[in-house]
Design a protein around this ligand. Structure first.
Ligand SMILES: [Fe+2]
Ligand SMILES: [Fe+2]
Length: 279
């Protein structure tokens, strides 16, 4: 770079492209194995692959359900910048004691008025501020969430031009509701990622030439499991229909994530790449 830029002029890199920001989003981190995978791979992506911002869905980070202060600190010290969540956010009661005081730990935006915690945050850890928004779907979900489309609209209306990049974690069950949210936000936010099913989809793409999208990022947790739980327990419950206490699986891990490259000034996503490592 041998040229000074006037204020308001897009910064151009040596390759002629606008300066980019790289965001790593890691899908639902489940239990001890998931945390071990975060501690292995997040530093690698930060240091070797020049990731600027790391967002992790942490709703299952503590023993498979919820999050504690200790587990949150463990993830933050591994290089995570923002923690999103979903229907499991309040499973560990202690979260109610601190969620109001930790702006980078999000719960779904579309919960009743007065619910502790926040549904979005603007972080300024990279070159430009980034809004991270966490919202839950309504199809086949265990809670009566408010309209997720309207909830995101309300946040976007509050964001100024000072925040050119927004990422939405849409925590939902059905691919159809997620694809609909992707198109609803296409051109208005930089990234829409789905979470909650714990199974990665292969439909990553750029919507309307602007918005990086995937229906589900998948799970970061125990590889040999039924979405995180010991397989034999899930099979027993499905076959007998009797109450069964689920236990989070151990053993080898998997790391599921996406990395998106975004133009800093315009917020346009140039690419989205899907990551799925198995031990
Ligand atoms: Fe989850
Ligand atoms: Fe969930």
């Amino acid at each position: 770079m041998d040229k000074a830029f006037a204020v308001g002029e897009a910064a151009i890199g040596q390759d002629g492209a606008e300066t980019g920001m790289r965001i790593l989003f890691v899908g639902d981190v489940v239990g001890r194995v998931g945390r071990r995978m975060v501690k292995t791979w997040v530093p690698y992506w930060r240091e070797q692959e020049a990731v600027d911002l790391v967002v992790v869905n942490a709703e299952n980070a503590a023993g498979g359900n919820g999050i504690t202060h200790e587990v949150m600190d463990e993830l933050l010290s591994a290089g995570v910048d923002v923690l999103t969540s979903g229907n499991h956010i309040f499973d560990k009661k202690e979260v109610l004691q601190f969620i109001d005081d930790v702006p980078v730990l999000l719960r779904p935006l579309n919960l009743p008025e007065g619910t502790p915690g926040h549904g979005y945050v603007v972080v300024s850890k990279a070159a430009v501020p980034v809004a991270v928004i966490n919202v839950a779907g309504r199809a086949f979900m265990p809670f009566q969430y408010g309209d997720p489309f309207r909830a995101v609209d309300q946040v976007l209306a509050q964001l100024t031009n000072e925040v050119p990049i927004a990422l939405v974690d849409f925590h939902a069950e059905t691919t159809s509701e997620k694809v609909a949210m992707g198109y609803y936000l296409a051109g208005r936010v930089s990234v829409v990622v789905g979470t909650h099913t714990h199974v990665q989809t292969a439909d990553e793409r750029i919507l309307n030439g602007h918005t990086a999208y995937i229906s589900d990022v998948g799970m970061t947790g125990p590889r040999d499991s039924v979405i995180g739980v010991k397989p034999e327990l899930v099979i027993q419950k499905l076959r007998t229909q009797l109450p069964t206490r689920f236990e989070t699986a151990g053993g080898p891990g998997q790391f599921a994530a996406v990395v998106a490259d975004i133009e800093e000034r315009s917020g346009v996503a140039r690419s989205i790449r899907r990551i799925l490592y198995y031990e």
